[in-house]
Design a binder for this molecule. Structure first.
Ligand code: SUG
Length: 451
């Protein structure tokens, strides 16, 4: 039986107007290193848009995901800050700057963390299942889940084809970071797949236990199991991330691993039990396809260079007219001699990857977000693709509209102190209001539109 035609659509988070470097993510080395630097929201959003346009030009279905409303005034009100919206923000900055910084973060741009997706070819009821992630490990990211679910329901409104689940219970036992810890392998996108679910710790195990403990393990096994259960996801393989890698800055599996179709590209130090993980993938794939493991050894690319260069945080693309896969890597990979050599070797080795292309997402990279972090992959058959909100689909016209929109609304530069400017509230709301009409998100999409 041949599989139905399906595409791996990419849904990218549009960078929000408050994009900044607040150093909010312990264990994310770039975020820690660039804390306090001035950012350029306009350059950031344009870089993201250029990447989306490139994907659309290459023939990949590409969708735009709207940013969230920040500063998050309702969150600050929940904590007792009162008065006008401007007063709420000012009081939070004066009294609790760490909380205020969290309320201003544009971190929803990293759509790989928005949800975990099970395509209809793998789900028990034949629908596409999406679970918004609770992101409870970091305060600023824990504010995203509810709006992410709303956003996915707008993009995929048809309940007969799509099931969008609310985030898992918001406690650290079920810490869930979405698709950044999920890799799906298959013969073809529309065929049954193997779902590799990578976790960093167990629910009742504190990440801080042990002499090497420095950084949190964000995803729990129990969260991954719950997602598989509620989606009815077939052929799961649960694999533990190497603890030593987490302690060296691998805060998500997608910092050291990416896969598509039959190919899994990963760093030697990705998994706690490397051999057991590969065997389990092979066993789950038996009778369906033969996995192609492309491993990069520590000797060829030390983990520290993998983290710095983000070679593995690339998009691995199946493109029309190309018989081998294309790796869309960040420019930082090209600039790191070892990572660049490793990328070149992938191409010359005659393996599944035929070509590497580089993309500039430097503004996002400085917060530890590479090309793969910015996108959520959703495998869709033709009917499902046709059921997605067409106004969010990237094409030349939408690109031009959004570039113009960004030019009108985004600041060229933003220092951390600027985040306390009450003018930013109205400025970002005006931008988001405009965007709501451009992408046809409905009249009550943002909290400020519901008040
Ligand atoms: O969760 N950075 C994000 C980067 C997410 C990358 N996503 C994937 N690997 N899929 C994070 O650590 C930094 C924000 C700041 O420090 O201002 C931040 O949230």
């Amino acid at each position: 039986m041949t599989a139905p035609i399906a595409h791996e659509a990419n849904c990218d988070g549009l960078v929000g107007p408050t994009h900044s470097y607040a150093g909010l993510s312990p264990g994310n080395i770039a975020s820690e290193r660039n804390r306090g630097e001035a950012s350029s929201p306009r350059a950031a959003v344009l870089q993201g848009l250029a990447k989306m346009k490139r994907l659309a030009d290459l023939g990949v279905p590409q969708f735009v995901l709207p940013p969230q409303e920040r500063p998050d005034i309702p969150f600050l009100r929940q904590l007792g800050f009162a008065g006008s919206d401007g007063e709420v923000l000012a009081a939070a900055w004066a009294q609790q700057p760490a909380i205020a910084a969290a309320a201003c973060s544009a971190s929803a741009m990293w759509a790989a963390n928005a949800a975990t997706v099970t395509p209809s070819a793998d789900s028990a009821d034949g629908r596409v299942h999406l679970s918004a992630a609770n992101l409870v490990t970091n305060l600023h990211r824990s504010l995203e889940g509810e709006q992410s679910a709303r956003m996915l329901r707008v993009l995929f409104p048809d309940r007969e084809k799509f099931a969008v689940h609310d985030p898992l219970p918001r406690v650290e036992h079920f810490g869930d970071e979405g698709a950044a810890n999920h890799v799906r392998l298959c013969a073809e996108h529309g065929a049954p797949g193997v779902n590799l679910m990578v976790y960093g710790r167990e629910a009742w195990e504190g990440w801080w236990e042990g002499e090497d403990a420095r950084y949190p393990a964000r995803q729990t096994l129990q969260a991954s199991e719950a997602i598989v259960r509620r989606h009815g996801a077939a052929r799961p393989v649960f694999a533990r991330q190497a603890r030593s890698a987490i302690m060296e800055g691998v805060f998500h599996n997608d910092v050291v691993c990416v896969g598509t179709r039959t190919a899994l590209l990963f760093h030697e130090r990705s998994f706690e039990d490397r051999a057991g993980t590969l065997q389990a993938i092979e066993a789950a794939a038996a009778g369906l396809f033969r996995p192609e493991f492309v491993e990069i050894a520590e000797a060829d690319l030390p983990l520290a260079d993998a983290v710095k260069s983000y070679l593995f945080n690339s998009q691995l693309l199946v493109l029309p007219g190309e018989d081998r896969l294309v790796l869309l890597a960040p420019t930082e990979t090209e600039e790191n001699p070892r990572a660049h050599a490793a990328a070149q070797a992938l191409v010359t080795s005659n393996g599944p990857i035929g070509r590497v292309e580089y993309v500039d997402v430097r503004q996002s990279m400085r917060n530890g977000g590479g090309p793969a972090c910015l996108r959520l992959r959703v495998v869709l058959n033709e009917d499902e693709l046709a059921a997605a909100n067409p106004f969010q689909r990237m094409n030349d016209a939408v690109y031009d509209l959004l570039v113009d929109w960004a030019g009108r609304h985004y600041r060229e530069s933003l220092s951390p102190a600027d985040l306390a400017d009450p003018g930013l509230i109205e400025e970002t709301r005006a931008a988001l209001d405009d965007l709501t009409s451009l992408l046809r998100l409905g009249s009550d999409f943002y909290p400020f539109q519901r008040d």
